[in-house]
Design a binder for this molecule. Structure first.
Ligand code: UDP
Ligand code: MG
Length: 315
């Protein structure tokens, strides 16, 4: 029987002072509604992870936690990033079910009911996936589509348009604890757990309050981490590209031999310079990709904690 289990909603927060009161109101309403229906237990609640915010997020959350025991708070010692704030929450809370959601509530709260129903049906992980991305800017939409397509090629286990809005059961959380890697990309790591999983679809809203904390540099960094963390595809790409270049070089050499008489001295020099540029660029890129992997090995070998908790409330 999976009814009446304790749900904790984990919310990572980085400089979210504008959104918090609205977010708490909506999430508490949702929890009360679900517990009235006996879908979850009465001791269910929310856990905010303050990811080293520099605005009044910590103070607001601390007051909210003092006023309501259902609101827990984890303060990280500095800004570790969205993925690590989520990880800190997932590794710390004591619950039968966790749902992770962004503080701006762009992800529809209605899907929570559907996720809980799926949990009752026996699913251990429920991925929230966006139906459309109409509200995203053209650049964000295009880069996101490109990213998911590339991820699909690199590692098969990725859910299209799923962005860390998901339900996980205690069983899934316990399995996650066995993964000791320090650099994480949860969207790639969690499907690796296996277990009975499903997807719920929803329309993502625009941010009502506050501004996005994900700039393009952060988004690129996350996408790159996703690709290099979970696949050897970039290394394999070097081999494939290398082979293609060898074939192309041989072909052009043959063509050059045939047309040798037609080219004048200057054109030959231009061909040489552009070929050299192309090849040195290719070699540098290859070294760079290998370097990225070496850098990751270094990070893992050092074994530094992925996050540091400075203080907690109501945990
Ligand atoms: N976030 C975080 N640490 C960071 C950046 C973001 O905990 O370094 C949180 C942020 O407060 C929000 C979630 O991660 O709850 C997603 O961020 P945001 O809504 O800004 O991203 P977007 O929806 O624009 O991709
Ligand atoms: Mg957002």
């Amino acid at each position: 029987m999976r009814k009446n289990k304790k749900l904790i909603i984990i919310v990572p927060c980085y400089n979210e002072e504008e959104t918090l009161n609205y977010t708490v109101k909506k999430l508490i309403e949702k929890i009360e509604n679900l517990s009235d229906k006996k879908s979850i237990s009465e001791d269910s609640g929310i856990c905010f992870v303050n990811d080293g915010s520099s605005d009044n997020t910590a103070e607001i959350l601390s007051k909210l936690a003092d006023s309501d025991k259902r609101i827990a708070l984890i303060n990280l010692s500095r800004n570790f990033g969205h993925q690590y704030a989520l990880l800190a929450g997932m590794k710390t809370v004591n619950a039968d079910i966790v749902i992770t959601i962004d503080a701006d509530l762009q992800d529809s709260l209605d899907s929570i009911d559907e996720m809980i129903t799926k949990y009752h049906e026996g699913y251990e992980i429920v991925y929230g996936c966006r139906d459309k991305r109409d509200d995203d800017t053209f650049l964000k939409k295009t880069t996101a589509i490109l990213f998911y397509k590339l991820m699909k090629i690199c590692c098969k286990r990725i859910y299209y348009n799923h962005a860390d809005y998901r339900l996980m059961s205690r069983k899934a959380l316990d399995l996650l604890k066995e993964y000791n890697e320090k650099v994480v990309f949860l969207r790639g790591l969690i499907p690796h757990l296996g277990l009975k999983s499903t997807v719920v679809y929803y329309d993502r809203q625009s941010r009502i309050l506050g501004k996005s904390k994900y700039n393009y540099v952060k988004m690129f960094e996350l996408a790159w981490r996703g690709i290099t963390d979970y696949s050897v595809f970039p290394i394999r790409l070097i081999t494939i590209t290398g082979l293609i270049f060898i074939v192309l070089a041989m072909l052009s050499f043959i063509i050059m031999l045939i047309y040798f008489v037609i080219f004048d001295e200057k054109d030959k020099l231009m061909i040489l310079i552009s070929a050299m540029g192309l090849f040195s660029g290719f070699i540098m890129l290859s070294i760079g990709i290998l370097g990225e992997y070496i850098a990751k090995i270094l990070q893992e070998v050092k074994g530094r904690p992925s996050f540091q908790i400075e203080s907690t409330k109501n945990i």
